[in-house]
Design a binder for this molecule. Structure first.
Ligand SMILES: Cc1cc2nc3c(=O)[nH]c(=O)nc-3n(C[C@@H](O)[C@@H](O)[C@H](O)COP(=O)(O)OP(=O)(O)OC[C@H]3O[C@@H](n4cnc5c(N)ncnc54)[C@H](O)[C@@H]3O)c2cc1C
Length: 295
């Protein structure tokens, strides 16, 4: 039994934005894989819903004139993974969301819902952070562009203001061009389990492939929100591909994180995972980019 009150069904984005302004307490319903569970458990009992799932304008992936890749928020995880632009330019993102839930969840769950729910374990989050994603937030009054880095405000809290919907996720060409990456998820089960820890790395090597030109690292469940490990990135930027690199970056990552003890894992085990996953994801990213440690 789903205990909700009113269900509003806009026919286009404009009507959805009008409804969101008119009924500010109504919750946006996308694929429903988070929100319907909360309604069923009684946590959101009696809420009003604005169902945007049928709005095709909010679905799909394309490349803009300047090479920016635009992902509309209702794109399902399985469509993100299968899309030719993602496969060619940002395969790390497709591989990351392919580790979510099972096939049914990957077919119904949307990438927009995954980041709007604001949880640190969202499998798309660390990769989108590591690729410096920019968010398009629309209201009836206009559009606000916000770096995803500034969207997470706390556990389950995001910077969605009154009347706003997430209407686009952009990754610029400068961010993905000539970069190679790897997302690693550690979970207690191989499938249908959320991350105990997630780490997404991407690198661009120098032309001679002897050093790191640009390093980016994102973590999930290493802090109350998904984060970038900027101290570790600074330590790796410009570093030659020698045997000290992996330990240096993994050690510095420990300065960027603030994991907690939960029933899934202790803080100490998460610190161990942070170092180990950072090392492995960095090594694999370097190899995908054609580099070799001590090569
Ligand atoms: C069995 C199961 C397994 C799962 N496994 C994983 C996993 O391994 N990894 C993982 O990361 N997640 C997992 N999830 C959660 C994952 O399915 C969701 O996070 C999903 O991405 C949410 O998308 P949705 O479209 O279903 O969102 P909904 O449930 O419709 O909405 C989620 C939240 O986002 C808001 N919202 C949605 N779209 C917008 C928008 N465009 N603008 C503004 N607000 C919006 C809603 O109001 C709501 O607060 C799992 C869920 C289930 C049920």
């Amino acid at each position: 039994m789903y205990d909700f009150n009113n269900l509003y069904e806009p026919k286009d984005i404009r009507e959805a934005l009008q409804m969101k302004m008119e009924y500010p307490n109504a919750l946006i319903l996308a694929g429903g894989s988070d929100i319907l569970i909360k309604i069923r458990s009684g946590r959101l009992a009696g809420c009003d819903l604005i169902n945007i799932y049928g709005l095709e304008e909010l679905r799909g992936i394309c490349m803009e004139d300047d090479g920016t890749i635009l992902i509309r928020p209702l794109t399902s995880f399985s469509h993100v993974t299968a899309h030719p632009l993602i496969k060619q330019y940002i395969p790390t993102l497709g591989e990351a969301v392919d580790q979510i839930g099972g096939p049914q969840i990957r077919n119904i769950g949307t990438i927009g819902g995954n980041i709007c729910n604001g949880v640190t374990s969202a499998d798309s989050a660390s990769t989108l952070k590591a690729f410096d994603a920019m968010l398009e937030l629309s209201s009836i009054n206009g559009v606000r562009i916000l770096p995803y880095a500034e969207f997470s405000l706390g556990p389950g809290k995001v910077d969605l203001r009154e009347g706003e919907l997430l209407t686009g996720i952009r990754i610029t060409k400068d961010s993905y061009e000539n970069t190679y990456g790897q997302y690693l998820k550690y979970s207690m089960r191989k499938a249908m389990d959320i991350a105990t820890l997630g780490c997404s790395v991407n690198v661009r090597l120098t032309k001679d492939k002897k050093a790191i030109d640009r390093l980016r690292i994102g973590f999930g469940v290493a802090a109350p929100t998904p984060i970038r490990a900027t101290t570790a990135e600074t330590a790796g930027n410009g570093h030659v591909l020698d045997s000290s690199l992996l330990d240096l970056v993994a050690g510095k990552a420990c300065e960027d994180v603030n994991p907690r003890t939960s029933w899934r894992a202790s803080k100490e085990f998460r610190m161990h995972l942070i170092k180990e996953l950072a090392k492995r994801a960095l090594k694999t990213s370097i190899e995908k980019a054609g580099g070799k440690i001590d090569g």
